[in-house]
Design a protein around this ligand. Structure first.
Ligand code: SAM
Length: 282
């Protein structure tokens, strides 16, 4: 492949040499299509000053593309065999870019700090079973992240980008919208992965909001409560959160929200306003 990108043959060779059998539990589906890599890198819209955080570099397909389009890539990989190999792969395929790479062997859900310069952009083909928690954890941990482009299960991509009142709207949509403007950025066909996954995949692009709407913890608490009992109106769904149905109704009215509305109808701004109302008796 031109540009040192990994194609299908190189991916299988590398996996065989490392004796890596991709595991489902770690969501190991590796990209082996240079056109897809180029498309993801283009969509990420990086500048030469960007410091990229990549979660789950795997065999390095996307990493190689990202190194060429940014100042630095910090790659967090949970699988030590893959993490240990990555610098060698880069040294083999793109030696001139090797000093731009920092590899961290860690669970992205548990990292609390990263070595190297603060990342400005998250770009990742995320492990699908933990995609939403990883994304939210990193947006919270790293205020330096201005943008994110993540490849996730198509259904999850739809959920992340959904707006109020649409069928896919739920907790991930509201929480992602607290941090960022979120949009779908296309789909990625199954055959570009090895092994071929049994779900469709899609890209989601996030741009951090300079002014998030209100207190995060308080907003997330009311969001979790509102969606815990999906079919109830908010007066009932928020009874425990507020202390009683009457207290819930009072706070909903104080926020200008009809108490018979359901959580699926509210924007993140409305949830934040609701979270900011005075608790009953307070
Ligand atoms: N970026 C590579 C690509 O596109 O070919 C691999 C993507 S694969 C979908 C997900 C990668 O995330 C795997 O390499 C897997 O080992 C790694 N991974 C899984 N869970 C992780 C976690 N909690 N923290 C960091 N990496 C993880």
């Amino acid at each position: 492949e031109p540009g040192g990108l990994l194609g299908p043959v190189a991916i299988r060779d590398l996996a065989q040499r490392l004796d890596v059998r991709p595991t489902k539990t770690l969501g190991q589906n590796f990209l082996h299509d240079a056109n897809t890599i180029r498309r993801i890198v283009r969509t990420a819209d990086l500048t030469p000053d960007d410091v990229v955080l990549e979660v789950g570099p795997g065999l390095g397909s996307l990493t190689l593309g990202l190194l060429g389009a940014s100042a630095h890539v910090t790659a967090v990989e949970i699988d030590p065999r893959l993490a240990d190999q990555l610098p060698h792969t880069v040294a083999d395929r793109a030696p001139e870019l090797a000093d731009r790479l920092t590899v961290v062997t860690a669970d992205a859900l548990r990292v609390t700090e990263l070595p190297g310069p603060p990342p400005t952009a998250l770009v990742a083909n995320l492990p699908y079973n933990v995609a939403v928690p990883v994304l939210l954890h990193l947006l919270e941990l790293l205020p330096s992240l201005r943008t994110a482009l993540v490849l996730v299960q198509a259904e999850v991509a739809d959920r992340l980008a959904a707006g109020p009142g649409t069928p896919a709207y739920g907790v991930p949509s509201v929480k992602a919208a607290w941090y960022a403007d979120v949009r779908r950025a296309g789909n990625v066909p199954r055959p570009v992965f090895w092994p071929v996954p049994n779900v469709d995949s899609g890209l989601v692009a996030l741009t951090r909001r300079p002014h998030p709407p209100g207190d995060r913890a308080a907003t997330f608490a009311v969001v979790d409560a509102a969606f815990a009992t999906r079919r109830k109106g908010l007066r009932a769904a928020l009874a425990r959160w507020a202390g009683s149905p009457a207290a819930a109704e009072q706070r909903l009215r104080a926020a200008g929200i009809d108490p018979t509305t359901r959580g699926e109808q509210l924007s993140v701004e409305q949830f934040a306003r609701l979270a900011a109302t005075e608790p009953a008796g307070g």
